[in-house]
Design a protein around this ligand. Structure first.
Ligand SMILES: NC(=O)c1ccc[n+]([C@@H]2O[C@H](COP(=O)([O-])OP(=O)(O)OC[C@H]3O[C@@H](n4cnc5c(N)ncnc54)[C@H](OP(=O)(O)O)[C@@H]3O)[C@@H](O)[C@H]2O)c1
Length: 264
């Protein structure tokens, strides 16, 4: 399928690994002029080089933390006029008991998972409206919709994010600019691997991968029978970045192998 985005400027904020990297690859494959950001420089530069070589397209790495003003400014300077904006961030690690969640932890979660994406969107939306076209896709989490007691640092701030985009997307849709969100379930990614120790600590488990993984899968039953790979999300992200998705506005699409059961 031709996504009809060849030559457009596209940002994948959080594009050096996991779901963001896979999305960046689908966009590069479709021929965009790509900008990818991340906090860690070495992995970011390597990803940019690999994607550029694989798809023969321009990929500009921008070291930028989306949760800070300086980081966001670095992105705005590097890519002033994107047509396509996809954003993901890594929220703070799984919490332990809810009684131990402090105001400082909440502030960290909100800065990262809510204010970061909101401020990037707020900066770019006016230009997209002026140019009469734009696509915004947030890669958030299914715990925005399905609360999980160990993901208090991720779910609540993302519930606020999808509340915000539900309103803003309807305000701007008539200008040809859409916002939609993807809500991933359990995916095998570098980020998931890095969070494993925090998960073990949150549940007071043994530091044994097999024991911890068994506990994890018992607590996360996936009807599809397997954990997602990043490629199981990226095609949907790319479709939402395309003119083909012009009638999809303000939606939250859960991609979780059927883990959470609901009709709507
Ligand atoms: N994997 C899962 O099972 C799962 C489940 C539910 C929800 N999610 C959500 O899906 C999203 C992607 O997860 P993932 O597993 O793909 O994570 P990942 O493998 O850690 O990849 C995250 C990417 O974003 C970058 N990044 C993280 N925080 C950033 C920040 N503040 N500013 C700029 N770049 C940042 C990372 O690079 P640097 O670290 O170098 O910045 C990396 O390139 C996250 O929002 C996560 O909460 C994932």
């Amino acid at each position: 399928m031709d996504l009809q985005i060849k030559g457009k400027n596209a940002i994948m904020a959080g594009g050096s690994a996991g779901l963001g990297r896979a999305t960046a690859e689908r966009l590069a494959e479709a021929g965009v002029n790509l900008f990818i950001t991340a906090r860690r420089e070495e992995r970011l530069r390597k990803a940019a080089e690999e994607i550029s070589a694989k798809y023969n397209t321009t990929v500009t790495p921008v070291v930028a933390d989306s949760s800070t003003e300086d980081g966001r400014q670095a992105l705005f300077d590097a890519c002033p006029n994107p047509d396509i904006l996809s954003i993901t961030i890594k929220p703070p690690a799984p919490n332990g008991s809810f009684l131990k969640v402090t105001p400082e932890m909440w502030r960290d979660s909100v800065e990262t998972a809510l204010i970061g994406p909101v401020e990037i969107m707020r900066h770019y939306i006016p230009g997209m409206i002026d140019r009469g076209w734009g696509r915004i896709v947030n890669i958030a989490t299914f715990s925005a919709k399905n609360p999980m007691i160990w993901r208090l640092m991720s779910g609540p701030a993302r519930s606020a994010l999808i509340n915000y985009t539900a309103s803003v997307s309807r305000e701007i849709a008539r200008h040809g600019v859409t916002i939609n969100n993807l809500l991933p379930g359990i995916f095998r990614t570098e980020g998931m691997d890095e969070s494993f120790d925090a998960y073990v600590d949150a549940f007071g488990l043994e530091r044994d991968r097999e024991v911890a993984m068994t506990h994890f899968l018992e607590n996360n039953k996936i009807p599809a029978g397997f954990m997602g790979e990043s490629e199981d999300l990226a095609p949907m992200a790319a479709l939402l970045c395309s003119p083909l998705s012009r009638f999809i506005v303000g939606q939250n699409i859960v991609i979780d192998g059927g883990q959470h059961s609901s009709i709507f």
